[in-house]
Design a binder for this molecule. Sequence first.
Ligand code: AR6
Length: 169
Amino acid sequence: MTRITLVQGDITRQTADAIVNAANSSLLGGGGVDGAIHRRGGPAILAECRKLRAGHLGKGLPTGQAVATTAGELDARWVIHTVGPVHSATEDRSALLASCYRESLKRADELGARTVAFPAVSTGIYGWPIDDGARIAVTTVQETDTTVEEVRFVLFDHHAYEAFARRLA
Ligand code: AR6
């Protein structure tokens, strides 16, 4: 059984086997969680991302997929980068957001990670409403068969924390 826990705070301050990054397809950095992870994790993460881009991810990481790198100076062994969908008012992209959580857990299983910290993927710059983002995150993790023992959602602000807490209640 996977335990789901909630923390309000900065995901780059967490101790976990793997920390998930809400990245973009380029894997070369950005704002939000992505910017914070590269800042605090140091250049080793970007160096590995560049190698992935020079190799099998030449066109970038597709939306809904996940790939692992070193965690650099973060207090974790791996960063799992996933690319959430940009929210759309006219097209249902929920399956892609669910896929981010599922694929990240697959990478975690392959690595043997037991604790994984997730941000609320797509709910920042990509505009996904937090209540629906929380619903998809919690339901998908609950429905995924994984050897991860703890999935920790790390929510930046009180509003996001409450959205996840309501879902878990
Ligand atoms: N720790 C935890 N949560 C955070 C942190 C942090 N340090 N910083 C922001 N959040 P976002 P997205 C919350 O924008 O929506 C980047 O430029 C934030 O409040 O990081 O998937 C990438 O390169 C929100 O609830 O990711 C992409 O281009 C959630 O984390 C794009 O943004 C996700 O917000 C991805 O956008």
